[in-house]
Design a protein around this ligand. Structure first.
Ligand code: SF4
Length: 463
């Protein structure tokens, strides 16, 4: 989005659309996963997946360990100072890989590998090497595979970057959040800019194909002036992609967020102003907005895919690859296999117990109905490509879009009259204004949301 095309947003409009809503990293969202989907159901999904030997897989590995707790954190983490504390977990991870691989004797090709956390680079080089060897013993990384991991620059060293590149990683995401010392102090994450730049530059020198930076807006003490300095510094570093996440303040789910004094966080209008700064800054630097909170350089494959409306999304983020089935390993990891989502147990002890008993660690999940799949397609198209083609939906799902989604289209009409959506008959397109409220644009197509109790907090706010 260029600076010229940035729409004006009034305080009244912001107030009306700032409501709780999902981020749609999946549809149905994880809130709908239930206990009737367990290890047996996951095993059956893996067995079905094995019947497609030529389709490549995506693999996600959750490494939950961190040295200290950032107060804004929304991830599943285990805080440990001693890095060798990860050893028993890695033993189970290796066993889980073997358990899963037993269900996939014919299907081993991998197009996406991602280590997330927590802090994957919390692991010693020896442990990372062992884990990588186990993965490649059981699965085959395709030559064009995206091999990615998340890095905390505070825990990284230049030699660790060299090691990871040598191991075969070609993409890296670095958590930055905000370079302002006062903000860092307030969120218990001291990470000087010079430290991040040293790791970033090393990754560049070592030829990582894609280097991503993660920022967060809505943190305590952030102001437009201070956040602008962070944005300028990030543009100067020149990452290939940038994620600018809205801080999800959900203390009922993440009690450690109670350490944040609510009055120190920017209120709705001020928070929105921070995101506008990001839009302006990355737009002026030539980046293209991808989905609700990502930016990519002009030549990036995501930018090219957006022009063809071919950006996709899975739990590893936005992608242009036909990723097919995604298998999640480790505690809390989420998978997406053969029309079902599944999530592993959330506690370390439960994870050890399941793996030690020779069971898959699936705790809950959901088998998608045809209705879910059609709605997932519509929501993903809106969230990733800012447009959905009714005729494509008709063709893929054998339905009549206008009749099937009549109540949803009636609800969408309000957004059309706000100037957020244009209904051009064979294309429903989100305008630059609507992109700022893309979660709200997708929400009418969420069948489950209609049934929620609006007084019970579930989701973070959309602004
Ligand atoms: S380093 Fe990342 S995962 Fe770990 S506590 Fe901080 S934000 Fe959470």
């Amino acid at each position: 989005m260029s600076t010229q095309s940035l729409p004006h947003v009034t305080a009244e409009l912001l107030a009306r659309y700032d409501r709780p809503g999902p981020r749609y990293t999946s549809y149905p969202t994880a809130v709908e996963f239930h206990d009737n989907f367990g290890p047996d159901e996951e095993a059956a999904a893996l067995d079905r997946a094995n019947a497609h030997p030529d389709e490549p897989l995506s693999l996600y590995f959750h490494i939950p360990f961190c040295e200290s707790m950032c107060t804004f954190c929304g991830c599943s983490v285990v805080i440990r100072r001693d890095h060798e504390a990860a050893a028993p977990y890695l033993e189970r991870l290796v066993r889980e890989i073997e358990l899963v691989a037993n269900h996939l004797p014919d299907r081993r090709k991998v197009i996406q590998l991602h280590w997330g956390g927590g802090t994957p680079n919390f692991l010693s080089e020896k442990r990372m090497g062992e884990l990588f060897d186990t993965i490649t013993k059981h699965f085959t990384l395709l030559p064009d595979a995206e091999v990615a991991l998340e890095i905390d620059p505070r825990t990284a060293s230049p030699s660790q970057i060299d090691f990871l590149r040598g191991l075969g990683f070609n993409r890296v995401s670095m958590g930055i959040q905000d370079f302002t010392p006062e903000v860092q102090q307030a969120v218990n994450r001291i990470q000087p800019e010079s430290m991040t730049r040293a790791i970033f530059d090393r990754a560049r020198e070592r030829g990582f194909e894609s280097i991503n930076a993660d920022l967060i807006y809505g943190l305590p003490y952030q102001t437009e002036a201070t956040f602008q300095k962070t944005l300028d510094a990030v543009v100067d570093m020149g990452p290939d992609r940038v994620a600018v996440f809205s801080f999800a303040y959900v203390p009922w789910l993440k009690p450690h967020q109670r350490k944040i004094e609510p009055t120190t966080m920017p209120a709705t209008e001020a928070k929105f102003g921070l995101f506008i700064r990001a839009l302006e800054t990355f737009g002026a630097a030539g980046y293209q907005q991808i989905g609700m909170d990502h930016f990519a350089k002009p030549g990036d494959e995501l930018t090219r895919a957006l022009e063809r409306r071919k950006v996709g999304r899975n739990f590893q983020g936005y992608t242009v690859k036909e990723t097919g089935d995604l298998i999640g390993f480790g505690m809390t990891a989420i998978g997406d296999v053969q029309g079902s989502y599944s999530q592993n147990v959330k506690e370390l002890g439960e994870y050890f117990e399941a793996i030690d008993a020779g069971r898959l660690a699936t705790q809950r999940g959901i088998l998608l109905t045809d209705e879910d799949k059609a709605r997932r397609f519509v929501i993903t198209a809106l969230m990733c490509n800012f447009a959905v083609s009714p005729s494509e939906v008709n063709e893929r799902f054998h339905l009549d879009f206008r009749t099937h989604f009549a109540p949803e289209l009636a609800e969408l009409a309000a957004l059309v009259s706000e100037g957020m959506v244009e209904d051009q008959g064979d294309l429903i397109e989100v305008t630059p204004l609507g992109r700022l409220f893309i979660r709200n644009v997708a929400m009418p197509f969420d069948r489950y949301l209609r049934r929620k109790n609006p007084d019970k907090p579930v989701f973070s706010r959309t602004v």
